[in-house]
Design a binder for this molecule. Structure first.
Ligand code: ZN
Ligand code: CA
Ligand code: ZN
Length: 317
């Protein structure tokens, strides 16, 4: 009798400890965020479960590539080893985003990686005109002149001089409730760029054959080779001149007046429209062409860095 009482009470006591843990260990909503937190403090030489996800992220945005011609190196593209290439990639990433260049996964780097961002690569074909690609960037005292931080796509593609009037229409393969706000949001975003360049924009009927720009919502793998990733991480992407495609990830929480966990449709439109004439990402945090934007944030005004970038390409309006 005494034994069973002891047994019952110890079961009760045990369950008090175990239950909350079961409740707390429910699957986390954003797996990318949770694996990153788990990696904080990692550095070269370690093997840590989940590192392959960071490798995939850095490969996606152009920081890391394992030469397929070298079999022993190529094998590391998807493993959990913190190798030399990963360290070098992190250093470039940290330089581009004005973080302390440690080559390790420190807290500031984890925080940066967790913020949602544009799907366009920072580095294309191994070259970047972001901060890491600019000459003289780490010579501190030698560079007295101001360094601009806007960037372009490789080989600086642009629209021909004869193409200053660009026609656009909307076409989505995924339907979401924010679709009805898209026209006014994009017209406002386009006009911001029109004000500082020689471009004019005109909305035309869906499917117009000579249209230059197509804007819409898409979900997951939508056929252009750059699949979206569900809620979080990648928000949207747009293509370099003269492609003209601008896609929103339909799986985000879009809003025209975002609360804490919603993304601002217009802020992201102003950014993506900047890619269409040929701007790449900027290292200037306040610039529209900075790749990252947090939820709940409205960032819709062009920065002097954005204006300098487009005027470098096309001259002032
Ligand atoms: Zn972008
Ligand atoms: Ca996403
Ligand atoms: Zn797309």
């Amino acid at each position: 009798m005494k034994f069973s009482l002891l047994f019952c009470s110890s079961i009760l006591l045990l369950s008090l400890f175990i239950l909350p843990q079961i409740v707390l260990s429910r699957p986390v909503k954003q797996p990318f965020k949770s694996f990153l937190q788990h990696l904080e403090g990692c550095h070269k030489g370690q093997t840590v479960k989940g590192l392959y996800q960071l490798k995939q992220y850095l490969q996606k945005f152009g920081y890391l590539s394992y030469p397929q011609s070298n079999k022993s190196l190529a094998a590391h593209a998807n493993d959990d080893e913190f190798d030399d290439l990963l360290e070098a990639a992190l250093k470039t990433y940290q330089l581009n985003y004005n973080l302390k260049v440690t080559g390790a996964i420190d807290l500031q780097t984890v925080k940066q990686l967790m913020v949602p961002r544009c799907g366009v690569s920072d580095i294309i074909n191994g070259t970047s005109s972001m901060r890491s690609g600019k000459r003289g960037h780490h010579h501190g005292s030698n560079t007295l002149h101001t360094i601009s931080h806007y960037s372009f796509f490789t080989n600086m593609p642009k629209w021909p001089a004869s193409k200053s009037h660009l026609k656009y229409y909307f076409h989505s393969s995924a339907q979401i409730s924010a679709v009805q706000d898209l026209q006014s949001v994009c017209s406002k975003a386009l006009s911001r760029w029109a004000q500082v360049s020689h471009f004019t924009f005109e909305e035309v009927a869906e499917g117009t054959s000579d249209a230059d720009i197509v804007i819409g919502f898409h979900r997951g793998d939508h056929g252009d080779g750059y699949p979206f990733d569900g809620q979080g991480s990648t928000l949207a992407h747009a293509f370099s001149p003269t492609d003209g495609r601008f896609h929103y990830d339909a799986d985000e929480n879009w809003s025209t007046n975002p609360s804490q966990n919603m993304m601002d449709l217009e802020s992201v439109a102003v950014h993506e429209i900047g890619h269409l004439p040929g701007l790449g990402h900027s290292s200037v945090q306040d610039a529209i062409m900075y790749a990252y934007i947090s939820s709940g944030v409205e960032k819709r005004d062009l920065h002097s860095d954005d204006i300098a970038g487009i005027q470098y390409l096309y001259g002032s309006s």
